[in-house]
Ligand binder design. Sequence first.
Ligand SMILES: [Fe+2]
Length: 401
Amino acid sequence: MIYTTLVAILKVIDNNVGKIGMPKILVIDDEEELREFVSMSLELNDYDTIQAENGIDALEKLEQEEFDCIVSDVEMPQMTGPEFLKAFRQKNTIIPVIMLTGVKNLHTVIEVMKLGAQDYLVKPINVDELLISVEKSIEFKRLKEENIKLLKENKKYQKHLEEMVERRTFQLKDAIFGSLIIIASAIEARDPYTKGHSNRVRLISHDIGICMNLNAKDLNTLDYGAMMHDVGKIGVSDNILHKNKSLTEDEFDQIMSHPLIGANIVEGITFFEPMIDCIKYHHERFDGKGYPGELKGLDIPLFARIIAIADTYDAITTTRPYRTAMTSNEAIDIMVAGRGTQFDPDILDVFIRNKIYEKDYIFKDRDINESINPSRIVLDDEKIFELFNKPKSFTDSDIYG
Ligand SMILES: [Fe+2]
């Protein structure tokens, strides 16, 4: 009765108050009198209110309108306050909910706070307490929203930064790769027979790496390493590189020193550190009879085992001073004969099974090799191996690749 009288008075006053820009409160209570009282108390204090008779009604209204705060009774038919709160919190964790509870329902306070209530008030409602609680709850919501906005802005800024770093990294990689091409080209310019060799070795190695599911970082290292694998040939004299006659033992040793020369050149340069293994060990053999370290099997770094296959295939299928280019089939026959001795059998299987040797790019830049007249075919591999006591299973790519 007291509530009814008070509400009547409050309604008259409220009709004269504008509501634009006021915080909007959803008042949920099955008792109309109490609902009206709470609403009017709030409206008199510059809040706009909408009323709901129960939890289900409230959820519908929350679908249709934006609210700044919810004041809800605990005990209601159809859907209790805690049930409403649980359902609502699954959709919205921002709008604060103040629960109104009777003294006999105080045990539910812990439950509703756990479910995400912002505050609770004990009936009979004290208007001052209600206003303080609503004001604090709305301020809390504002801070929460501001925090979310800042987090979003921060994420946006972070994404922007990441994009910038990615762009710059790409530009840097591009520049580095350009430099590597220049270095490789400078090496190859000394010997027209090997023009494009480093790039083809890179492309073949890259495809093997993809078939072996290497990650992007490893593929990158493999690319650079393959491109640079013969950098040590800078330290081998032109006379030896171009020689079409049998090599002396000293000359032979000089050629075979190029992996170590290459590794020494790049050693100490941070950027090249991950590629040193590619340069140093690309002439190792799976049976341990390679050079310079005579490493065996899986002791040979993975990228070097991959490059060894790409290097050999390209060396066999291009014209060299001492012989014409062999066909793909001939090359594969030779390489299969070296499965498990010269080459890592699993990686060779990947190379052959995926028919990487049939890729177009391998044949693209070989014009110059095809135009060379291989009249200087004088180097007899068998003779060399006998002369210098090298393993007979060495192929020419062991030495010249
Ligand atoms: Fe080499």
